[in-house]
Design a binder for this molecule. Structure first.
Ligand SMILES: Nc1ncnc2c1ncn2[C@@H]1O[C@H](COP(=O)(O)OP(=O)(O)OP(=O)(O)O)[C@@H](O)[C@H]1O
Length: 232
């Protein structure tokens, strides 16, 4: 697989004259998992929407392999995005939704055997957690070069967070993944690189996430957890 690179830079966003993002730069690479952390309301979701192309800021530039894309989501096979809010049609059955996303239902079940019973279940009849699980897996497994995941661990049980981490790691072999979630320890265990959005709206590429998260006020104290090395 030839490596591809997505760069988002000069990402500026204001709402009602209030600065949210200022001159953000973020780089994604195929084969890499990149973490995006930041306190509540610092603009992570807005940044992902700008990178996807569905939100216009005061300025933005998204380039893939040096080519500029004004609306990346319009390019077939380029990018997928998991929003925080429900997005799958509730009246459709799980198997049907899989077909719409170009993902085999059996691929979902490879990671989550518990989903096997639900191929013919309507999305609306799934539990909140299972609905989120199906949505996250579909976005993750879509055949695209880059995937943006906003809170993929939300509503998942601890076991399912482990299984989802395995699925994300596996998919990163063929795409670049940006992941933002407040379960930051789970995110850091996956990440090759970590960006923090620090007030007001500046992106910082962390070199030592364990110490810097407290320094920049993302955690109250220095995290005590031991970050596992990738692949352990
Ligand atoms: N449509 C809007 N109009 C005005 N302000 C908005 C709008 N959407 C978001 N905001 C504000 O922009 C800021 C960034 O919001 P955003 O949802 O991107 O943050 P976030 O980092 O994803 O937050 P969280 O971690 O809580 O999900 C917040 O202060 C929010 O209130």
């Amino acid at each position: 697989m030839s490596e591809r690179m997505l760069e988002a830079d000069s990402m500026w966003l204001e709402y009602d004259g209030q600065k949210i993002l200022q001159s953000i730069y973020i780089k994604l690479q195929t084969g890499h998992i990149t973490a995006l952390l930041g306190r509540n309301g610092t603009g992570k979701s807005s940044l992902m929407q700008m990178m996807f192309g569905t939100l216009r800021g005061h300025s933005q530039s998204v380039r893939v392999d040096g080519h500029y894309f004004s609306h990346p989501y319009k390019e077939q096979g380029l990018i997928s995005y998991l929003p925080q809010q429900p997005f799958l049609p509730s009246a459709l059955r799980v198997g049907h939704v899989c077909k719409l996303y170009g993902v085999e239902f059996t691929n979902l079940c490879e990671h989550f055997e518990s989903l096997q019973a639900f191929e013919h279940t309507r999305m609306a009849d799934l539990s909140v957690g299972n609905r989120r699980l199906v949505g996250t897996l579909l976005v993750l497994m879509m055949p695209v070069a880059f995937t943006l995941l906003d809170e993929p661990f939300a509503a998942l049980s601890p076991l399912n967070i482990e299984l989802m981490s395995t699925a994300i790691r596996q998919q990163s072999a063929r795409k670049g993944i940006l992941i933002s979630d407040h379960a930051y320890e789970d995110v850091l265990r996956l990440a090759h690189e970590t960006y923090l959005i620090a007030p007001v709206g500046r992106s910082i590429l962390l070199t030592d996430a364990g110490s810097q998260l407290a320094e920049y006020g993302y955690t109250a104290t220095k995290p005590t957890f031991q970050m596992k090395k990738r692949g352990e």
